[in-house]
Design a protein. Sequence first.
Length: 466
Amino acid sequence: MTMQDKQTWSGRFNEPVAELVKRYTASVEFDQRLALFDIQGSLAHAQMLAACNIISEQDLNDIRRGMAQIENEIIAGEFEWSLDLEDVHLNIEKRLTTLVGDAGKRLHTGRSRNDQVATDVRLYLRNAIDEIILLTHALQAALVELAAQHTHTIMPGFTHLQVAQPVSFAHHLMAYLEMFKRDAERLADCRKRVNRLPLGAAALAGTSYPIKREYVAELLSFDAVCENSLDAVSDRDFAIEFTAAAALIMTHLSRLSEELILWMSPRFSFIDIADRFCTGSSIMPQKKNPDVPELVRGKTGRVNGHLVSLLTLMKGQPLAYNKDNQEDKEPLFDTVDTLIQTLRIYADMMGGITVRPEAMRVAALQGYATATDLADYLVKKGLPFRDAHEAVALAVRFAEQRNCDLADLKLDELQKFSSLITDDIYSVLTLEGSLAARNHTGGTSPQQVEAAIARARQHLAGKSAA
Ligand code: ARG
């Protein structure tokens, strides 16, 4: 980073800006990452200026030549960023002028950094969203493939973390599939509002040059232009919306992480996570810690924090652009980075899970998971549900005293709680019977879960073909 250049806007100032202030107000150290989008936006703007005869074809060619060189310098890591030039926009513009002279100075005609930066952030975010949507599909595919192997693997389903009713492991995994499917939908919806063009709003009121904003929108593949210039330069709701969608994805991943951590603990032993996603302890030789899911749970706090940062950044700002908005970048960039890294590692980790069906089964057999099935059985034989509930509660208490399962009770013992019970009860009290009985859309029967898996595979195949 060099410090020798004088400020682009310094003409009206009597003294140079204080060194501390320069450092405080500059954004180039972090907004550099917008560089290629900044060039992309500038090239479209210049092409429109030439098409509208605001600059000459010669100027356009010079701008293109200069920008091509700048792009190469940036990609090669040879571009010299200057703190004195404040941000990515002024750095690139200054270099362009050094390379091609007056054409470089004409680039900013009919434009301001305010609409320029809003455009850059939208281009950046659109690109990030496309990548993230693909990653959510990869994660969904990993979940579906694991689920497909476990439609008959029975585990206890929990409410209040107490054994509630048996479910298949596949059904449990497919619950997360639904969450990630909605997450992908949310991102695709958010993209529509990200994908509108602020350029042409200039500083805040529009510009007196005869520009064609729709043409720029077309060149940059935006769906439309932002329809109010004040709004175009000032609001960052699109970034907030994205960060909210990201926070939800992280929240879903955090819940799944919490389950993986529990399931891997020796108390559960439902699963094992491949060694490459775990670490050991420096003091306890026996330890294998689920660091990745724990970190995902931890990083969720970080992304949730970024959401609150951005909301707070926006809440007190009068129209139109204020420098506050420069603070949108770090939370947004970190949200994108965290989410991309997390999704990548997660899809891989789900593929490396070892399932222990025996341990799940043993756990499902504890805790009277089929008690509801017994109540439903009595209801089907004519007993009102509340009475059935009471009869089963008493039967559970009895079995508990004997330290056995409901299915271990003899027929005459069960009949003490209701004379409606006959020997067909034993098939109802099995885990398999309990699952098979829940045979409607959304239920845990293997047939339904297999259908859900087939739908998910079809949905994902459609996405990768698109
Ligand atoms: N670096 C600034 C930002 O990120 C660019 C816009 C500055 N505009 C201005 N008038 N100071 O928001």
